[in-house]
Design a binder for this molecule. Sequence first.
Ligand SMILES: [Zn+2]
Length: 208
Amino acid sequence: MIKKCLLTSTALLSMLALLSFVNPSTINNLIGNFSHQELQLIYDGAKEDPMRILSITNSIDSIVLRKKARDILNTKDTNLNYLAERLYATVTDSSSMGVGIAAPQVGLLVNLIWVQRFDKEGFPFEAYWNSKILQQTARKQDCLEGCLSIPNRSDTTHTRSYAIMIEYLDAQFEKKIELVEGFTAVIFQHEIDHLNGILYLDHLREEQ
Ligand SMILES: [Zn+2]
């Protein structure tokens, strides 16, 4: 038995030695959803560390905020969970608390948002992947909106649909279709806009 264990340990050690020559990011890059550069950004802090929020006051940031996010393809990629944790830490951080956030706001052009569900008991934050609006009501609602990427201002928009039908993958990567209405529907519309490079200020221009 001891010999067997030793052999197993030796085999394991050789495997580890072999793996140590391969950059773990390269492995993730091959099987996952992210580039090496994106992985560096995701792992530049612990899971509970907030990430830097891009701001329209920074010219490079504002270019990124105007880009479209891509859907995630490989749901087995463990980097997704790490990114979701970090984005949650960001939206709930005392210095940048919001009711929603989209991954492009931290410089990652992937389809991930967190939304605080004011239509559910306890107002939980929930993560959604690959979100899309399937249908929306012609009926609009007025809403006072602010944005973590647009400092020191808030404005009332009049173009948000009262209710929306959305499709997404939930935190367990199960596909769902859901009807959302009221203020929570505005949060979804605001965050899904971010995935398409749209900011709430664009809705103010639309009204003029
Ligand atoms: Zn925003």
